[in-house]
Design a protein around this ligand. Structure first.
Ligand code: SF4
Length: 162
């Protein structure tokens, strides 16, 4: 299966969310948090090269000089997931022979940025994560709800709890 950055992001946010996404249960268009993210993507950084889709798998916000990957996020609420998503992009492109040096997560609303590196240890972790993602996506039933505060802001809240 083709694993996108969204798969990796959702894996770290909630495995049930990952499963819903993999089954094409789409509710994000109803979610204003997702819409705000899209608006930021479209407006804040369009002076650079714009989004780049590679191999119909990873969708990178922009690449500077084919060395530094940039990902735009609206908040640091689920920071770990965003960091792993960007590590996956670095991993994916390096596997394609592109010598990406590192990544940067931009938070335009917070006027902050964070550098992200991919270490050898991260690569091993990612390889295990990718296998786990595949295993979750082929399950017939969704993983359990996580009952965390982020559920209230999740596009799948109604699907999970109502
Ligand atoms: S509502 Fe909670 S349990 Fe359901 S998909 Fe979203 S984050 Fe996961």
């Amino acid at each position: 299966m083709k694993i996108s950055g969204t798969h990796v992001y959702y894996y770290f946010v909630c495995k049930r969310k990952l499963w819903c996404f993999s089954k094409a249960i789409r509710m994000e268009h109803l979610d204003e948090n997702v819409q705000l993210g899209k608006l930021l993507d479209e407006s804040s950084y369009n002076r650079d090269s714009g989004q780049v889709m590679i191999d119909e798998t990873v969708n990178i916000d922009f690449i500077r000089d084919w060395k530094i990957l940039h990902e735009v996020k609206k908040s640091r609420a689920i920071e770990e997931a965003g960091i792993w998503q960007l590590k996956y992009y670095i991993y994916f492109l390096r596997k394609k022979g592109i010598a990406i040096e590192n990544g940067v997560i931009d938070y335009p609303k917070l006027r902050r940025r964070e550098e992200v590196e991919l270490t050898d240890e991260d690569e091993q972790t990612l390889e295990a994560v990718l296998k786990d993602i595949e295993a979750i996506c082929v399950q017939d039933k969704p993983p359990k709800v996580i009952e965390k505060p982020i559920c209230k802001k999740c596009a799948y809240f109604e699907y999970c709890y109502i």
